[in-house]
Design a binder for this molecule. Structure first.
Ligand code: GLY
Ligand code: MN
Ligand code: MN
Length: 461
């Protein structure tokens, strides 16, 4: 964990920003998988990690903006806990390590909240995404369970988004640790790729490296010969000569900072000529997106910079026809690039998505588009130094989408449907890196994971 000072300063800044009332931060509980004691792996809430730093279940904190004090609520260790889970620091000592002096029993939390309610003190809380926390909040505050997210505090959400968006040097260092592990995951998966190997074998090797790295996966692995299926978590295919492998995977550091990387490589030692052509367009689009990621530039315009390279590249192959800007404005290129260029990353792989994408990625006057493709852009607002963004363009050939658009005659002035037939079984290419916005040059974080065609072929041979 970081120093007590780091957590104390973060809380101070948050209390100052929120200005009045109490701030309630809830940690996560264990969540049952198939019976009560067989739980999903525990993952602490990221806001709780950011402000409180303690990484175990059944904790909450109240920050009093008027006194500046933080109280931690949790249950002190019993001999039973030690018998089943081994010796641990007392909760009091753990609290001290993160700069908190006052610890109270978890059961007292409801009384403190109800007393504050009686005194008409504002209680700011975040939109809960776990059932356990939704139920607790509804019970504690006498709020309707199903609409509980509507009662969350926009003031608190905005203050947290502003604070967590700008990463400090110690946070960047954690993300780079996750990227070192992620590089090892990629090198192993790339080296073990050959015809006859199962997708599941490669995914298993990569997951093992993430766990051995001292953290875990930041999100479920995508590793597939069907890269055109965007969120494809099936790993049941056997690799065949001539196919491409698309892997989207990243480790979490032991402090839960995420990496999010995508690479695409051939099952054979080399790319085919057609694979190279599409791959190089995606790589050029990614490099254009990275170069455009500068302070004061809207991420929407970074997205368009990459879309332009993709559109021009597909025009050069004869798959798109017409004026580049008109194609992009109409959204015709989204047949090939149907998602956004990227998102913020930090403690969450889609950073702060629990707080609401509209707060993280959009501002007043910058509404989310409803156009196919662009509507999936998670972040459009202006970049600032300290933001870490993923840059992840792709080109995909989705037979069902091609057939549907062709049958509708959609954008037939821009899309060369007859020429597209030869690409029906191409699958897809995506390349993704995590990029720090700085006052000067954008910095691709991590130790550098091969992505030039020559580098990948050298590894594969
Ligand atoms: N790994 C999920 C994403 O790239 O957004
Ligand atoms: Mn990804
Ligand atoms: Mn991503």
């Amino acid at each position: 964990m970081f120093s007590a000072n780091t957590y104390a300063r973060r809380r101070e800044q948050l209390m100052h920003q929120v200005g009045r009332g109490l701030i309630l931060l809830m940690g996560n509980e264990y969540s049952p998988k198939n019976y009560l004691d067989n739980t999903f792996p525990f993952r602490q809430d990221s806001n709780f990690l950011y402000y409180i730093g303690l990484d175990h279940a059944h904790l909450a904190a109240i920050l009093d903006t008027e006194t500046g004090e933080t109280v931690l609520f949790g249950d002190e260790l019993t001999i039973e806990d030690i018998v089943w889970m081994g010796p641990q620091d007392s909760l009091k000592d753990q609290a001290q390590n993160v700069g908190i002096r006052e610890v109270q029993d978890y059961d007292l939390l409801v009384e403190v909240l109800r007393a504050a309610n009686k005194q008409n003190r504002a209680i700011h809380f975040l939109p809960p995404y776990r059932s356990e926390n939704k139920i607790n909040l509804a019970y504690w505050l006498h709020l309707p369970l199903l609409d509980i997210h509507k009662e969350a505090s926009p003031t608190l959400i905005k203050a947290i988004v502003a604070q967590r968006s700008v990463k400090t040097a110690e946070e960047i260092a954690e993300m780079e640790k996750a990227l070192v592990t992620t590089k090892a995951m990629y090198l192993a998966a790339m080296k073990q790729t050959k015809p006859g190997v199962k997708e599941a074998q490669l995914a298993g090797i990569a997951e093992g490296i993430a766990v051995a790295g001292g953290g875990d996966l930041a999100y479920p692995i995508i590793l597939t010969i069907n890269g055109q299926v965007l969120h494809n978590h099936h790993h049941h295919n056997i690799l065949k000569s001539g196919q491409l492998v698309l892997a989207d995977m990243g480790a979490e550091s032991s402090m839960h900072y995420a990496a999010d990387i995508t690479r695409t490589w051939p099952v054979d030692a080399t790319f085919t000529q057609r694979q190279k052509e599409i791959y190089q367009i995606v790589l050029d689009a990614q490099l254009a997106g990275i170069a455009a990621s500068r302070p004061g530039v809207r991420n929407l315009d970074v997205h368009f910079a990459a879309a332009k390279v993709i559109t021009n590249g597909l025009k050069s192959l004869g798959l798109l026809i017409g004026d580049t800007d008109e194609i992009i404005q109409a959204g015709a290129h989204a047949l090939f690039f149907p998602h956004g260029l990227g998102h913020m990353i930090g403690l969450d792989v889609h950073d702060m998505e629990d707080l609401g994408e509209s707060y993280v990625g959009y501002t007043e006057g910058l509404e989310r588009s409803t156009q196919f493709g662009l509507k999936s852009l998670r972040m459009a607002r202006e970049l600032q130094p300290g933001f870490v963004m993923t840059i992840e363009p792709g080109i995909y050939f989705i037979p069902q989408l091609i057939d549907m658009w062709q049958a509708e005659g959609r954008f037939s002035q821009f899309i060369n449907y007859p020429a597209l037939q030869a690409y029906r079984d191409f699958s897809g290419v995506r390349i993704e890196d995590d990029v720090l916005v700085t006052p000067d040059e954008p910095r691709v974080l991590g130790p550098g994971i091969p992505k030039e065609i020559g580098e990948i072929e050298a590894l594969r041979s």
